[in-house]
Ligand binder design. Structure first.
Ligand code: F6R
Length: 241
C-alpha cells in the first residue's frame, strides 16, 4: 500500500483528479470505477474544471460505480445514479450509456449478475476510486461481509444509515439495503485510489493500514491488493504509525 499525505483537501483532490485525467489521456477507453459520498466530490469538481479548460476527452471512457440504494431509481435525487450524473457525468463528454451504476430497482438478482458480466465484458476496471466508511466499509460492504463476495444486495448497518442521513430529510428515509460491488469484485480491479480526509476517518485508516486483515474491517483486505494508493489529509493520517 502506498500512502500520500496532503496538507489540505484541495491539494488532495487536485492530485487524485490528476491521476484520473492521466489515466484517461494514456488510455482513452479506460474503464474507471467511481464512488459517491463526500470523499470524491472535490476530485470530480477538478475533473470537470480540467475538461472545461483543457478538453480532456471522455468519449471512449466507460465507468462503473460501486453501489446504489435499493428502491431508488435514477431519477430520485438521493440515488447514486442521480448523484453521479449531477456531480460529474453530465459535465463531461461521456455518453451516459457508457456509464454504469448498479440497478437498485426491479429484479435485483439479475441486476447483480448482469453488473458483474458487464464489468467482465468491458475488460475489467482499470482504476477504481474508493472512499472508506468510519466502520471500514468499502462500497457498501459492511463489517462481517465475506471477502469472496461479488456484486450483491446488502443490508446497511445502522451506523451507515445514520452517517448518510445528512443527505435525506431524516434517517427514516435512508434505504436499509443497497446493491454493491462485492469485496472480490473490488479486489479484481487493476489499480485502486482510496480517498480519506478528516479526523473522523483516522481510526478506520489506522486499522486498514496497521491492523490485521479481518472481515470486521473490510478495507483491511486492501493490504493484499498489489496496487493501492491512499490519498489522505493529515487528519485522516494522524493515527498511522
Ligand atoms: C460510496 C461508497 C461508500 C463511501 C463511504 C464514505 O459509493 O461506496 O463506501 O465511499 O461511505 O463516504 P463519504 O465519502 O461520504 O465519507
Amino acid at each position: 500500500m502506498q500512502i500520500q499525505i496532503f496538507q489540505d483537501e484541495e491539494s488532495l483532490h487536485r492530485a487524485v483528479a490528476k491521476e484520473l485525467i492521466e489515466a484517461v489521456k494514456t488510455k482513452p477507453n479506460t474503464v474507471l470505477g467511481l464512488s459517491t459520498g463526500s470523499s470524491p466530490l472535490g476530485t470530480y469538481a477538478n475533473m470537470i474544471k480540467d475538461h472545461q479548460v483543457s478538453g480532456t476527452d471522455y468519449s471512449d471512457v466507460v465507468t462503473f460505480n460501486l453501489d446504489e440504494y435499493v428502491g431508488l431509481d435514477g431519477t430520485h435525487s438521493q440515488s447514486y445514479r442521480y448523484f453521479m450524473n449531477t456531480s460529474l457525468l453530465n459535465h463531461l463528454n461521456i455518453p451516459l450509456n457508457q456509464t454504469n451504476v448498479p440497478n437498485g430497482t426491479g429484479d435485483l438478482k439479475e441486476a447483480c449478475e448482469s453488473y458483474e458480466a458487464k464489468i467482465v465484458s468491458a475488460g475489467g476496471i482499470d482504476l477504481q476510486l474508493l472512499g472508506i466508511g468510519t466502520n471500514g466499509h468499502i462500497g457498501f460492504n459492511e463489517p462481517g461481509t465475506a471477502f469472496d463476495t461479488r456484486t450483491h444486495v446488502t443490508q446497511l448497518l445502522q451506523e451507515t444509515i445514520d452517517g448518510n442521513a445528512r443527505f435525506f430529510d431524516s434517517a427514516a428515509d435512508v434505504p436499509k439495503e443497497a446493491v454493491t460491488m462485492g469485496i472480490d469484485t473490488i479486489m479484481d480491479v487493476k489499480k485502486i485510489i482510496l480517498i480519506a480526509y478528516g479526523s473522523k476517518k483516522a481510526a478506520a485508516i489506522r486499522e486498514m493500514v496497521n491492523g490485521p486483515v479481518t472481515d470486521s474491517m473490510p478495507a483491511s483486505i486492501l493490504q493484499k491488493h498489489q496496487d493501492v494508493t491512499l490519498f489522505l489529509d493529515e487528519e485522516a493520517a494522524s493515527l498511522l504509525k
